[in-house]
Design a protein around this ligand. Structure first.
Ligand SMILES: Nc1ncnc2c1ncn2[C@@H]1O[C@H](COP(=O)(O)OP(=O)(O)OP(=O)(O)O)[C@@H](O)[C@H]1O
Length: 186
């Protein structure tokens, strides 16, 4: 981990804004929040938009994941046909990694994250989202576009009305690789 440049009082302020359930999971795994987690988390937790740039390995995934879950918790339970957050990433692997890292934190709040990326039939994913419910959708731009394209009844679009948080992870790569985006139409 990269050496910290921020004050402990900022870290304490950030902690005070996070729900106890998330802190319990965090404290079991890690010693302290990284700088980007605190500096991105503070504006996000006060419902501001944020554009975040930070070195590789600085802990950006939890920097958006924890505030996302905390904001969802303020809203409470999401119905079976309601999505609380959408997280887009440029690749299938990154989407799976995000969902894996979020899983114990989401579970602590009884939220379920579903990954929908290329490689499987989109209809299969749609069925799974509908049957199992999905509080947090982790997807790629290509797959999300594909889901929207086959959503003739508008049911999926309606499920997005409850979205509290939209995350574009590594958004600078969204345009870089049309190839990967096209791949997700498979
Ligand atoms: N507060 C923390 N303290 C120690 N380790 C942490 C902390 N937060 C995250 N990590 C760990 O740091 C590693 C890198 O985290 P993450 O993948 O979120 O970094 P990143 O900034 O998104 O990197 P990249 O730009 O390569 O995707 C992971 O193994 C994660 O478990």
């Amino acid at each position: 981990m990269i050496e910290s440049k921020i004050d402990d009082s900022l870290r304490a302020k950030y902690r005070s804004l996070l729900p106890r359930e998330l802190l319990e999971v965090f404290d079991e795994k890690y010693k302290q929040f990284t700088d980007v987690q605190v500096l991105a988390g503070l504006p996000l937790l006060t419902h501001n938009d944020a554009v975040v740039e930070s070195p590789t390995g600085s802990g950006k995934t939890l920097a958006f994941a924890l505030p996302t879950l905390a904001i969802m918790k303020r809203r409470g339970k999401f119905a079976a046909n309601e999505i609380g957050a959408v997280i887009l990433s440029p690749s299938r692997e990154l989407s799976a990694q995000i969902a894996r890292m979020m899983e114990p934190f989401a579970a602590a709040l009884n939220y379920k994250a579903q990954v929908s990326v290329g490689g499987k039939k989109v209809e299969q994913d749609m069925k799974k989202l509908k049957m199992q419910g999905c509080d947090i959708l982790v997807s790629t731009p290509g797959r999300l576009y594909q889901i929207l394209s086959i959503d003739k009844s508008g049911e999926f679009r309606r499920s997005l009305r409850s979205v509290e948080v939209l995350i574009l992870d590594e958004a600078d790569r969204f345009n870089e690789s049309q190839f990967e985006i096209q791949q997700d139409f498979c």
